[in-house]
Each structure stands twice: as C-alpha cells, then as structure tokens.
Design a protein around this ligand. Sequence first.
Ligand code: UTP
Length: 287
Amino acid sequence: MNVRKAVFPAAGLGTRFLPATKASPKEMLPLVDKPLIQYGIEEAAASGLTQAIIVTGRGKRAIEDHFDISIELEHALEAKGEYELIEELRAIANLMSMCYVRQKTPLGLGHAILCASGAVGDEPFAVVLGDDIIDARVPCLKQLLEVAGEHRASVIALERIPREAISRYGVIDGTQVGDRLWSITDLVEKPPAEEAPSDLAIIGRYVLVPAIFPLLEQIKPDRKGEVQLTDALRALAAEEPLYGVVFEGKRYDAGDKLGFLQATVEYALKNGELGEDFRHYLRSLPL
Ligand code: UTP
C-alpha cells in the first residue's frame, strides 16, 4: 500500500483551550519551542509521507505562514549573520509539500476529512490529529503504515484507557489477532463507561482507504450537528477489514490544558538545551 498524503484536520474551535484560542489557532500553541502542528508534520515526514493536506478554517492563517518561507524575516536574520537560524526555518518549510483546504463551518472531524477528499483523490491516506502529541521510538504513524502495508487495509491507532475516562473517547470492539493488533468489528463514540465494549480507545492517527469518503458523505450529523469519523469507520468495518494497533509510545492530549502542561514539562525536560536548567528549576520549587 503506497501512502503519500496525510490530512491534518485543524479547523476545530479549540473550545477546551479558551481564551488562548479566541484569536490564535490551537495548532500554533508552542510546545517548548515548536507549534503543536509541527510535531504532527514532523511525525508524518519521519514516517515517509510527502504531502500534507491541512484542513483549516477561519482565523488559522498563521499555520500557512509557519510552513512558508518568510523572506522579510530571512533578510533580517541575514543582516545579523544568523545563518543557522535561517537554515532551521527553511527546513520547516521543506518538511512536506503543503496544501490547504477550508472547512467553512466546523461540522465535525468527519466533515473536515471529507473536505480534503478532492485533494486526497482515489488513494489511501493518513490522518493526523495535531492535538495528540505522540512521543515514540518508531513514529506512531509509521507503526500504522507497517500494518496497513502488510494487511492492505485501513488501520487506526489505539490506546488502553482507564474505564473512568473511556467515555471521552471513541471505543472499539473486536478480536485480538496479533501482539498489539486488533481486528475491529464495531466502534462507538463516547460510550458511557458501563456500555463501553472495551478499554481500547481510538486516538488521533489513522491510515484510511478512500472508500471512507462515500461513507462519510452518508453519515448523518449527531445531536451536536457534527459528522463523526467514528460513524463512518463503523460503516467501513461492516464492509471490509479494519485493524487497530495499540501503538508503542506515549501520547499527550495537548488540546486539553492539563495534557498540554504535561507535554510541556516532559518535552522541556528532554530538551537538549533547556532540560538540565529546567530540571534544576523544578527541583527548586516548593512542591
Ligand atoms: P477536537 O474536538 O479535539 O478539537 O477535534 P476542537 O474541536 O478544536 O477542540 P475542542 O473540543 O473544541 O476543545 C479533533 C480534531 O479535529 C479537528 C480539530 O481541529 C482537531 O484537530 N476538527 C474538529 C476539525 O478540523 N473540524 C471540526 O469541525 C472539528
């Protein structure tokens, strides 16, 4: 299975992070020294994908500027002799080839992905939710792509979630068919804990076949008026094989204030330039 393109839905309102997201895109919140969305783009590039399709909405222009070349900034840095920094900024613009589509109204994740159908075309593609920051030895998307290639089917990332938190996630039902591999028979979005079919939650990495698009078109919006990707995946699982991989690595929900702070602390501690001083600082706090 040859996967080249990754869709990055980034048109959500970011209500969990208000007021920070009132006038700035959530995707541009800095995790140590890079905006959240850059981590997702770097993961996709490290997984061998070459084309990013970012689904944006109103007030998200900063994302486009971030992955573009800034001539004025480069001139200013050149005048100061900051050549290394220029190289660093250029590298961001060259991570993947970028394409932007607009979701005019935030009608849900499923609808956002459908907005990218023209840019994806008739080929398998990845979906990366930039809120989910994943620290892994082998990039999470690469772990999925390996399974997708082997089974020639759609694959989604899974994580075991404690029962008390499971109602915040999409949850799968299925059979274990490998070490970390599940064959999915059904999916349910945000079930009450006592009705959840498993403790395996869907998290923000997917490799999907283009057959998902006509299914997304048929999905009726939920009570909140949102088209849920989970509903289309459910229809897909009824028609063809769908796999889930319990990925190896650690995920942070950076779209949530606490998850964002956890990611910030752990990434800062691991940072080559800041880590030691930051550790020292944390130790000095009267916790
Ligand atoms: P989330 O629900 O996590 O993001 O959607 P959100 O809607 O921005 O945040 P909250 O819940 O209001 O705080 C998961 C992903 O789907 C995208 C979001 O940008 C995020 O990457 N999304 C969601 C869209 O692109 N369009 C939508 O209509 C909804």
